[in-house]
Design a protein. Structure first.
Length: 461
């Protein structure tokens, strides 16, 4: 390999002879039979002779002195440099160098990630500028072969002090083992699972792999000949875990959290049935291809019975109309006819009040049926409203005996009066707690709630 600095000039006889002094810049020294090898011939000529003139350095001048048959041919003039005293000039002659002639010794070795099984070979060639051709992408190293191939190359001029600069160039080529060693490490990730992290130099055509417990696989280009792969894979499914919460109704909920692959054979497993103490199942998409599944359970006792949220009482204020009350009819004869009169000193009209409503909430494993509950309601008979002119929502006694069997007409409609049927309910005491409403529905899963609403009319207001 030629050096980048000007070689020390050899001694010449004085006056100089018309012969060259050889330098052997590489291990490929020419023999005297085949005359093959690498040589730089240095000739010292007088600049004071009348026939001296500088010669062109374009490769057109070939060494033809009397000793020319001793050296490899052709030798081309590559440099001409005067001595310091100006009396002489050194002429440098060099022969062509093929790349293959430099391969056996022209290399340096490094190792990818310090692994000796994956060599990185660096070669520096000196060749004629006119012979330069870029190395084919992916070319395999000519000596070592294997997976070491061209990943980087650069052609550049030789230094100003190098006598070969006029005709020759330098080519730097790097052959690297692709794929390189697969470097792995292990960590415990945010899901509590052991995760393998791998890093490797790979071919740019490498495709990501989503098999197994895949987390990520990134192929990042480095240059046209290689890419870097960084892959994360979990060694097993992340462990499931339980988390507990208490609802606003004091129900104790166990949430079982597990991780599933969305692309596994058969698809994501179906959720468990919402039966027994299973309340809810929720799948949340995560980074591809993972799904976080949360299954909520209500607590059970040692016998497997569901522990329902405790019953509770809540209060709110509502506006409610309490019934009017007729304690007795007041009838009398006048001019031979039955007359009626109601005194509201003792009786009363319906009264609307804002009162506290008491809501009793209970839970069960079956749907509550509200159809058989006795909700408070007042039915005022039509004849009582027409004959006695009392308002809706008024509890009244049966009709007086003197009126039974008679009728009254209003707007062309006849209303018969019968004494055996009073309003419903037939009695009401101020201060009674009455059931006025309710609802039932699904709480969570197979658990149901029932809410019954009660009011009590204040005894004084």
């Amino acid at each position: 390999m030629a050096t980048s600095k000007q070689p020390k000039q050899p001694p010449f006889p004085h006056p100089p002879l018309e012969v060259g002094v050889p330098q052997y810049p590489t291990p490929n020294v020419p023999d005297f039979y085949t005359k093959s090898g690498h040589i730089i011939l240095v000739e010292k000529v007088s600049v004071e002779k009348g026939n001296y003139k500088p010669l062109p350095l374009d490769g057109s001048v070939v060494y033809e002195n009397r000793d020319a048959n001793k050296w490899p041919s052709n030798l081309y003039l590559v440099a001409e440099r005067p001595t310091e005293d100006g009396e002489y000039a050194y002429r440098y002659w060099a022969n062509d160098r093929t790349l293959s002639s430099q391969d056996p010794w022209n290399y340096g070795l490094d190792y990818s990630s310090d692994d000796p099984a994956y060599p990185i070979i660096t070669r520096t060639y000196i060749t004629r500028r006119s012979n330069y051709t870029a190395f084919a992408k992916g070319s395999v190293d000519p000596i070592f072969g294997g997976t070491a191939r061209v990943v980087a190359q650069k052609m550049q001029e030789l230094g100003d002090d190098n006598p070969l600069r006029s005709l020759f160039i330098r080519i730097d080529v790097v052959y690297e083992s692709v794929p390189g060693p697969n470097l792995t490490g292990t960590l415990v990730n945010e899901y509590g699972a052991f995760e393998t992290i791998s890093k490797q130099v790979v071919d740019p055509t490498t495709q990501p792999d989503t098999s197994g417990y895949f987390v990520s696989d990134a192929i990042t280009p480095i240059n046209a000949s290689k890419s870097e792969r960084q892959k994360r894979t979990m060694n097993a499914l992340p462990p499931a875990f339980d988390a507990y919460s208490i609802t606003h109704d004091l129900g104790v909920i166990r949430s079982n959290v597990s991780y599933l692959l969305r692309n596994q054979t058969g698809g994501t497993p179906p959720p468990p049935a919402i039966t027994g103490n299973v309340l809810d199942v929720e799948d949340s998409p995560m980074a591809f291809p993972w799904i976080r599944r949360t299954v909520k359970y209500i607590q059970t006792d040692t016998n497997g019975n569901i522990i329902l949220p405790p019953s509770r009482t809540e209060f709110s204020t509502i506006t409610y109309t309490f019934p009017g009350i007729i304690y007795d009819w007041n009838t009398y004869l006048q001019d031979g006819k039955i007359q009626t009169q109601l005194s509201f000193f003792e009786n009363r009209f319906p009264v609307t009040l804002t009162v506290a409503a008491k809501n009793i909430i209970t839970y069960s494993t079956t749907q509550p049926d509200l159809t058989n509950l006795q909700f408070f309601k007042v039915i005022t008979r039509p004849w009582a409203k027409v004959y006695f002119n009392i308002p809706d929502g008024t509890i009244h006694p049966p009709a007086p005996v003197s009126l039974i069997g008679t009728s009254i007409s209003k707007n062309g409609i006849s209303y018969g009066i019968n004494g055996g049927q009073a309003s419903f309910p037939t009695y009401y005491n101020i201060g009674d707690t009455i059931l006025i409403g309710g609802e039932s529905g699904r709480w969570q899963g197979g658990i149901y709630y029932q809410r019954l609403t009660y009011v009590t009319e204040p005894t004084s207001y």
